[in-house]
Design a protein around this ligand. Structure first.
Ligand code: FAD
Length: 299
C-alpha cells in the first residue's frame, strides 16, 4: 500500500518541524527531549512560532538562539506584524541576524482581539505579511518563508484575492510557502493547481497538523476555516478518554496523507509537532527519513 511504498529509501525527501516556545521549565525540558528524539530525521529546518501579538518575543528568541548554539539544525524564527512598530520589528529581526538566524517565517499574525475579530494594522507597523517580507529583505538577506491557505484565509473574499496575496509575498522576496493544515489530499491538489495556473513556482510545502486532541483540533479548524472531513471526525468518536488510541490514529492518518502526497511528487513536509516527538517521529520514519544519513547528535 501507499504507506509501505513511502517507507522506501528517501534521499530527496525533506522534512521540517515546527515547535512553539515553551512557557515553563518543564515544557522546555520536554521540547529539548523531543528535539533530541527528532534529530535522527535530519530536518531541513526547524521553526519556532511567535505567540499572538508578539507575546512570546523573548521566549521565541531564546529558543531559536539555543537551537543555533546547541543543535545541527537550521532554525527559522516566525515573526508577525501584530502589535509592534516597524522599528521594533526591525530590531527583533536584526537581533536574529546577529544571533546567526538566516531564515524567517514572515506572517501577518492574527487580530490582537482573537481570530475572527477585525484586523487593523499597528499605526506604525507592517500591515501585512508582504510588507513584513519586504522590510526583512531590507535588513538582511534572510531566507523568507510565508503562509499559504489551501482552503483560503478566512479574510480572503475569493480565490483571486488569496492568490494575489501569495504573489505579493513572493514578489516581496518569499521563496517558500508553508500551508495551513488540511486533512484531504484533494484540498492540496486543488490548491496546487490554482497556484500553478497563476504561474507561481516557489515550493508550496504542505503543513501537517499532528494534534491528537480531536476536540481542540475541531475547534481550531473551525476558527481557521479548515474543513474536517466527516470520515476523519468519525474516527475519533468515543476516544475522549483514550489518548493512546488518538495518538496512534493521528500518526497513522498523517502517514497516510504524506504517502499520498509523496506518491504524486511532494518532496517536503512541514510537521506541526506541538513539541512532541513520538507522532512526528513515526511519520518521519515511515517516510524513511531516519535512514537517509548518519544521525548527528544534539549537544
Ligand atoms: P497575510 O498573508 O498578510 O494575509 C492575511 C489576510 O489579509 C488574507 O486574507 C489576505 O488576502 C489579506 N490581505 C493581505 N494584504 C492585504 C491588503 N493590503 N489589504 C487587505 N487585505 C489584505 N500566527 C502567529 O501569531 N504566530 C505564528 O508563529 C504563526 N505561524 C504560522 C505558520 C504558518 C505556516 C501558518 C499557515 C500560519 C501561522 N500563523 C501564525 C497564523 C497567521 O498569523 C494567521 O493565519 C493570520 O491570520 C494571517 O497571517 P498571514 O501571514 O497568512 O497573513
Amino acid at each position: 500500500g501507499a504507506i509501505a511504498r513511502a517507507s522506501a529509501e528517501a534521499p530527496d525527501l525533506k522534512v521540517s518541524f515546527e515547535f512553539f516556545p515553551p512557557k515553563t521549565q518543564k515544557m522546555e525540558d520536554k521540547l529539548w527531549a523531543s528535539i533530541e528524539k527528532l534529530a535522527p530525521l535530519s530536518p531541513d529546518f526547524v521553526s519556532v512560532t511567535y505567540g499572538a501579538g508578539g507575546s512570546t518575543r523573548e521566549r521565541t528568541h531564546r529558543t531559536v538562539a539555543r537551537m543555533v548554539e546547541e543543535t545541527p539544525f537550521a532554525p527559522a524564527a516566525h515573526l508577525t506584524c501584530v502589535g509592534a512598530s516597524r522599528a521594533e520589528i526591525d530590531e527583533v529581526a536584526q537581533a536574529y541576524w546577529d544571533a546567526g538566524v538566516r531564515h524567517i517565517v514572515a506572517l501577518r499574525g492574527d487580530p490582537p482581539n482573537g481570530i475572527g475579530e477585525p484586523y487593523a494594522p499597528h499605526p506604525d507597523g507592517y500591515a501585512y505579511a508582504n510588507d513584513l517580507t519586504e522590510g526583512l529583505k531590507k535588513i538582511a538577506d534572510f531566507e523568507v518563508s510565508v503562509s499559504a491557505y489551501p482552503e483560503q484565509h478566512p479574510e480572503s473574499s475569493n480565490w483571486s484575492v488569496e492568490i494575489d496575496n501569495l504573489k505579493r509575498k513572493i514578489d516581496s522576496g518569499a521563496t517558500r510557502a508553508i500551508t495551513q493544515f488540511f486533512f484531504s489530499p484533494d484540498v492540496f491538489w486543488r490548491f496546487q493547481d490554482r497556484v500553478l495556473d497563476a504561474g507561481i513556482s516557489i515550493p508550496i510545502v504542505p503543513g501537517l497538523m499532528l494534534q491528537p486532541n480531536f476536540n481542540g483540533l475541531a475547534r481550531m479548524s473551525k476558527m481557521c476555516g479548515v474543513s474536517v472531513p466527516a470520515w476523519y471526525a468519525g474516527l475519533f468518536d468515543g476516544l475522549d478518554n483514550d489518548p493512546t488510541t488518538r495518538d496512534m490514529l493521528t500518526a497513522t492518518l498523517a502517514a497516510e496523507l504524506t504517502a499520498e502526497l509523496r506518491d504524486r511528487g511532494v518532496d517536503h513536509f512541514h510537521l506541526y509537532t506541538l513539541n512532541r516527538a513520538e507522532i512526528a517521529s513515526s511519520v518521519g520514519r515511515i517516510l524513511g527519513l531516519h535512514q537517509r544519513q548518519k544521525p548527528e547528535s544534539v549537544a
